[in-house]
Write a protein that binds this ligand. Structure first.
Ligand code: AP5
Length: 215
């Protein structure tokens, strides 16, 4: 199974598509955002360190997320393919990932770069509802839960993420433009970038990804 990275701005649909693809392929999904949010809700030392930065829409320090991914890649499940969602996000993280993979004799096979115009990103994030327990993602207008504001999977009350407030979304888009967008060039030289139009229904976008990966 392939080793995959999902790259794209906030609201591009990384989490939505990552869940679909990992279910289809039977590989684990490692989302630094989900792992950090769980640490925040557990009140762990990691969560206390990350909360303020996340709520402000800023990136947490490279060494923190590098440690999370190094630990995840040690798991037996990661030996037969994995999907990284939200990591790497800086050139320093990408370099650290290269070292982690080289140590294990692994490499990245595809970087799926989701492309969505900024007005669509803002529209999607302004309507998002998330399940704090299982991480399922909804949209008030486009993908409402079956019961009002309760998760379809486990009945947990859904929340609006603190970093989905309009000023935080602007900050996150700025972090993406200045630090993360550079990664397309970083991976392009290796011939692994698959640019995917992220506009359309989740099913349409999934179909494009599957086509690009020749699955
Ligand atoms: P993270 O959780 O990774 O957030 P993000 O990158 O900003 O991405 P999002 O989760 O907001 O969006 P998404 O692309 O997954 O879209 P989704 O599928 O949910 O990171 C959060 C924070 O953690 C960071 O700001 C930072 O502080 C920290 N962090 C995490 N990783 C880090 C790292 N490596 N380094 C440093 N700090 C890190 O979809 C969004 C909405 O759109 C949903 O409502 C969904 O239903 C809807 N939608 C999705 N697809 C479609 C579609 N095709 N059509 C219509 N609606 C759609």
């Amino acid at each position: 199974m392939p080793n995959l990275i999902f790259l794209g701005p906030p609201g591009a649909g990384k989490g939505t598509q990552a869940q679909r693809l990992t279910q289809r392929l039977g590989i684990p999904q490692y989302s630094t955002g989900d792992i950090l949010r769980k640490a925040v809700s557990d009140g762990s030392a990691l969560g206390k360190q990350a909360k303020e930065l996340m709520d402000a829409g800023k990136l947490v320090p490279d060494e923190v997320v590098n440690g999370i991914i190094d630990e995840a890649l040690q798991r037996p499940a990661a030996k037969k393919g994995f999907l990284l969602d939200g990591f790497p996000r800086t050139v320093a993280q990408a370099t650290a990932l290269d070292e982690m993979l080289a140590r294990r004799g692994q490499k990245i096979d595809h970087v799926i770069a989701l492309q969505v115009p900024v007005e669509t990103l803002v529209d999607r994030l302004s309507g998002r509802l998330s399940c704090p327990r299982c991480g399922a993602v909804y949209h008030m207008r486009d993908k409402p839960p079956r019961k009002d504001k309760l998760c379809d999977n486990d009945g947990t009350p859904l929340v609006v993420r603190p970093d989905d407030a309009p000023d935080r979304v602007r900050q996150r888009l700025s972090e993406y433009d200045t630090k993360t967008a550079l990664l397309t060039g970083y991976y392009k030289a290796r011939g692994v970038v698959r640019n995917i139009d992220g506009v359309g229904t989740p099913e349409e976008v999934e179909g494009r990804i599957i086509g690009a990966l020749k699955l």
